[in-house]
Design a protein around this ligand. Structure first.
Ligand SMILES: Nc1ncnc2c1ncn2[C@@H]1O[C@H](COP(=O)(O)OP(=O)(O)OP(=O)(O)O)[C@@H](O)[C@H]1O
Ligand SMILES: [Mg+2]
Length: 299
């Protein structure tokens, strides 16, 4: 199947089978679940760390969370969490295992769906494999509150697919100009070819809020001017060498160093993300008032 055929098949698949993403499919069954993709144009901007830490924080909030490693060709979640799962999505897509058989328990009670590294075939899933995974996930996530999808970087079909499974997309950028141009390319493609309209921007590795706002302003100006599309500002994460330390220790940052600068930012952004469900946030915010973020989430 060539690129064009695959694109047509994917679009057909969304129209005929999904029509809508995972969250709305669940909503039809009265399940309120949020499926959030953490994505980027440029690689190495912090997606995997952010996805894993969000999953952990939300799990500590008492939410039932799944962390899906959607970097199917070069999986990283298992590495940064220091786990060695026996099976992965590869076995599911080959009909050898079910999703529940390959899911492993991660820190803080998160469920993890691991991927594989170095298997060429997994780097680009076929149309059939995408459909199989969608059907499997649809049933599998029924009892969950949040699904975080850690995508690969770039604009490959796999990245498009996993972004479209989620109804919420967090685009991660760093202050480097190449990160911005690549984020613009990703947003443009998702908008033009897949009709995605809501993007949240998370600016990582910044020196302060001013730099983050400046990065956001530049990208938003470009999408506004060329696509007539506004993107939302989700927040920022400070550049912090503690992140490297946590990665080296194969531990989640908010667990390893809950009071570090980057952890504080992660807590703040997680809180904002969570509060987009107003009915939940009111009672919870009252409960947690007056304690530090780290205490709040028992990290
Ligand atoms: N806030 C931060 N401060 C300092 N270093 C960071 C920060 N966030 C991430 N990093 C570092 O950036 C590197 C890339 O992080 P990560 O693997 O999470 O990025 P990624 O976007 O998932 O990469 P890829 O596109 O390859 O999957 C790691 O070395 C990590 O320690
Ligand atoms: Mg990654």
């Amino acid at each position: 199947m060539d690129q064009a055929e695959l694109l047509r098949a994917m679009k057909g698949m969304y129209r005929d089978y999904c029509g809508i993403g995972l969250r709305n499919r669940q909503k039809k069954r009265d399940k309120d679940i949020r499926v959030i993709a953490i994505t980027s144009g440029k690689g190495g901007v912090g997606k995997t760390n952010i996805a894993a830490n969000f999953a952990y924080i939300f799990s500590k909030m008492g939410q039932r969370v799944l962390l899906l490693d959607a970097d199917t060709g070069l999986a990283n979640i298992d590495v940064i969490l220091g786990i060695a799962p026996e099976y992965s999505l590869f076995h599911v897509l080959h009909g050898e295992k079910t999703l529940s058989q390959v899911t492993v328990q991660g820190p803080g009670g998160i469920k993890i769906l691991p991927a594989t590294s170095g298997i060429q075939e997994m780097a680009e899933l076929s149309g059939d494999q995408k459909l199989t995974l969608l059907k499997e996930l649809d049933g599998f996530i029924e009892d969950l509150d949040f699904v975080f999808i850690d995508t690969a970087a770039g604009i490959a079909e796999n990245v498009m697919y996993f972004n479209m499974l989620a109804e919420e997309m967090i685009v991660v950028v760093s202050p480097e100009p190449t990160s911005l141009t690549d984020a613009y390319a990703l947003i443009k493609l998702l908008y033009h070819s897949y009709g995605a309209k809501r993007f949240k921007l998370l600016v990582n590795m910044v020196t302060g809020p001013g730099e983050a706002k400046d990065v956001y302003g530049r990208l938003n100006n470009a999408t506004d001017h060329f696509l007539n599309l506004s993107i939302e500002y989700l927040g920022y994460i400070l550049c912090d060498k503690t992140v490297h330390e946590a990665v080296k220790q194969q531990t989640m940052l908010v667990q390893f160093s809950p009071h570090s600068k980057a952890s504080e930012c992660l807590f703040m952004v997680a809180e904002k993300l969570y509060q987009e469900r107003p009915e939940d946030c009111e009672s919870r915010t009252a409960k947690i008032l007056g304690v530090t973020n780290a205490e709040r989430y028992k990290c």
